[in-house]
Design a protein around this ligand. Structure first.
Ligand code: KG4
Ligand code: ZN
Length: 343
């Protein structure tokens, strides 16, 4: 079954074609990130306008890539080869989401193909199913770490999740970005620069000095906003270089994420771990989890870097494995959808 995926939840406009939820055929992404960098934060109105500007060219380009890839003679042949459309319905910015959903509804009507609503957060975890080196075996623990969410779930099967815990305040990605801003590294999405700065650090005098929030609590919740405040205090009262603070901040976030995840694997006696969301691009998180999982004989699934941040490949995959049957008139945007919310 071939699915055409559409993702427009924030500042990326993306379409992709995936076969049977596992084979990546083609993918196109346009982003308005540069505009938000200029203003030092996302402006929802601009993000939505850029979605409107990008959506048709991205759809067209994806169909062209499909034609080329499969040597199809016309765009009609490319469209004929598609069985269904999957679209992100939330969470995200309402204006951005609406552009993708209305485009998807129009295509569903025009092409006469079913439309499958997808939860963006669940979608992130499906990046692990595409062109995977090894099969994902359930039950699994899912750690979703994105810009707006940090959630731990027990995945019993496709569409069968149990919520274990999540952040009580800032998401992991948000904490990285806000701390990067405090450190003067970048005003918008500075996590990557913060990690780069941390990798330059050769001085470990600060290691262990920042709090590891909630690490010893017997639950699966997180809290990252205090950590950011502790960094602020450090900046105001000490003269540690940026790379030294970056390194200790990253150590603290990763320590908490890894510790809680290992506790969940142990408590639920689960042997599979799925990582997902933009923060799964973080090299320290990837290497710590790889090390800890190999020590415990846990099958770890980490998306390739190209599938960590927002794209439509995992949306198409999630649509295949979670085929919700709904009439297009019943498919609605939900900006505040949580990881456990269904349609
Ligand atoms: O999943 P995503 O692309 O968008 C949301 O659905 O939120 O995640 C974006 C988040 C941003 O906060 C970004 O700064 C963070 O992922 N991120 C990283 C890294 N690369 C992206 N955080 C830590 N280390 C990275 N290397
Ligand atoms: Zn995302």
């Amino acid at each position: 079954m071939r699915i055409f995926g559409i993702e427009s939840s924030c500042d990326e406009t993306a379409c992709a074609v995936v076969d049977n939820g596992i084979k990546h055929v083609c993918s196109v992404i346009a982003t308005s990130k540069d505009f938000h960098e200029k203003t030092g934060g996302i402006v929802p109105e601009i993000a939505a306008r850029k979605q409107v500007e990008f959506i048709v060219p991205v759809i067209e380009q994806t169909l062209k890539e499909l034609m080329e890839k499969e040597s199809l003679p016309s765009m009609e042949d490319a469209i004929d080869s598609i069985d269904a459309i999957g679209v992100t319905v939330g969470p995200g910015l309402i204006g951005s989401l609406l552009v993708g959903i209305e485009a998807a509804k129009t295509l569903s009507y025009l092409w006469d193909k079913p439309l499958i609503p997808v939860n963006h957060l669940v979608g992130h975890l499906y990046a692990n199913f595409v062109d995977a080196e090894k099969e994902v075996l359930f039950p699994a623990i899912g750690l979703l770490v994105s810009g707006g969410h940090t959630d731990l779930v027990l995945i019993k099967d496709h569409g069968n999740f149990e919520y274990l815990g999540g952040t009580l305040d800032d998401a992991a990605g948000e904490a990285f970005d806000k701390t990067a801003r405090l450190l003067g590294l970048s005003k918008y999405l500075g996590a990557v620069l913060l990690s780069k700065s941390a990798s330059l650090c050769t001085d470990n005098t600060l290691i262990g000095k920042l709090p590891r929030p909630m690490i010893d609590q017997d639950n699966f919740n997180f809290s990252f906003s205090g950590l950011k405040t502790a960094v602020k205090r450090l900046i105001d009262t000490s003269s540690f270089p940026v790379d030294v603070i970056s390194c200790e901040f990253q150590e603290a976030v990763v320590a908490v994420l890894v510790s809680k995840t290992l506790n969940a694997l142990e408590k639920y006696e689960v042997k599979t771990l799925l990582l997902g969301g933009g923060v799964s691009a973080n090299a320290l998180l990837r290497s710590r989890l790889t090390q800890e999982c190999s020590n415990r004989d846990i099958s770890l699934h980490i998306p390739p870097l190209s599938l960590c941040t927002d794209n439509a490949v995992y949306i198409a995959s999630a649509a295949f494995f979670n085929p919700v049957e709904k009439d297009i008139s019943e498919i609605e945007v939900n900006p505040s959808l949580g990881i456990m919310d269904r349609f």
